[in-house]
Design a protein around this ligand. Sequence first.
Ligand code: GLC
Length: 582
Amino acid sequence: MIKYRKILLVLIVIVASCKQNNKSAFDDTDRQAWWKEAVVYQIYPRSFQDSDGDGVGDIRGIISRLDYIKSLGVDMVWLNPIYVSPQKDNGYDISDYENIDPVFGTMKDFEEMVKGFHERGIKVMMDMVLNHCSDEHRWFKEARKSRNSPYYNYFHWWPAEKGEPPYRWSIFDDKGYGWEYNKATNSYYLHYFADFQPDLNWENPKVREELYKIMRYWLQKGVDGFRMDALAFISKDTTWPPLPAEYKGNWTLYYASGPKLHEYIQELNREVLSRYDVVTVAEAVGDIERVKKFVDRDRKELNMAYHFEAVDFGYQPGKYKTPDPKGWDLVKWKKIFARWDSAMVEKGWNTVYLGNHDQPRMLTRWGNDSVPYRNSAAKMLSTFILTMRGTPYYYYGDEIGMSNIKFNRIEDYKDVELLTNYAQLKSKGGDLREFLEAMKITSRDNGRTPMQWNSSVHAGFTKGTPWLPVNSNYKFVNVAAQEQDSSSVLNYFRRLIKYRKNNKILIYGSFRLVDEQNPDVFAYVRETKEKKILVALNFKNKNSYYVHDLPAEKLKLVMGNNINPSSPGTLKPYEAVIYELQ
Ligand code: GLC
């Protein structure tokens, strides 16, 4: 009897381990999730569609474009903040988390918009800013009145009788200094961002409960997800240790992500996220090991994260967002993507993006916006975003190939980050001309110009004066023109999404770089047990060549951005090809 039992046990173990071995990520149903298969479309509400002529995009404007958004084939939209705000950082300075800023509309408009998205099968992700609020928020207005205010401990303070606070950096400050003196309390408050964005004190359980309440409020209104702004910064070491000599400005390494960061996120998960059907993505600074922690499913924190290593690539060290004049190295860039991809295979999940409201237009930064190449390059970059492993986050306007506006003068810019960095450089006597040249390529305002709907005045964005000028290329780069043209960037994007939807291999299949050392071509194989797909993308404005290890005679071209596609191994400037192995 015992013998039989043993045999049975051995058999069970063998069967179980065979199952294990046969398991590709693709078959692993418990790892499949709708949000891994989704394409996220980011709408910058200020710049999408104005409905009332005040020059600022609004919710009713978005409502009027619901069918357009549906026609793209996307599954979820991420909206930048639309809560009440003085708008000094375009909504990332919230003064009332539970109401809609009048510039964007009313709560009724909001509810109608969410309903409209849901009726079209599109989910809605809100932006949630939990690291800081506006200095015009009721909490801060009360806190700054007196040390005895019940709100004083909602923020981080350094009492002036102890002398100067230990140095902390601020990203958006004229002096780059993270403490601001407040006379009434004779103390300094901490702000990692601008002085009008005081950091919330997560050490205080009341603050955490307030923030959880806010999230529950929006979830009850039916929102489906949150993009968690600046989340890596919520915990601070409140012993405020002085910075070590080896600090050298690397704040993300030394103090930005404090000791209780993950304890707090786990609490947030327990108290809010786990109780709803909600998806989350963190803006997570730091290296792979740090970012992995946010999304490791065993840790019960968040679903996805996005990192900065690829988009911040190619800057000159020590200079604010200034691209290296020698250009950027595709071989190194490919390796960044490959590293992040493999790090997330087991337990996390990646996102793939090249543009958002904090970035310039991807076409100018990573492609080529000159007339002969812009269409091919825009399609090539879209092919990249939609065929990599990870949830694609796709920025409004990229689907028609919008490009940087490239302002000439500092007066043209609105962005607080740019203006404060300019002020810092000016006070140090730095090279302002070099700065302005760099900003034409990298500044955030380039990515925030109004959506180009048609060739009428202000590109059909507003009947008034747009808050940021429309790119003058709207006469030929616009939705209406591209709707008429089956080979447009827009229609190519729609076809790509359909292709992705019909080929789950692009979601769950493994990812492998091919011809890694090729300085011009980004090529990779996506693979499951049943199928292989080769994607090859020419990032240069010349004919390029690549090698791969699949039998060329069995490759069938299924998508490409050139009407006369090249044969496998060869690519025209900015050509993109997708081959399936037959
Ligand atoms: C995030 C946002 C950015 C904002 C900053 C401060 O990085 O994406 O737009 O300026 O946080 O909230």
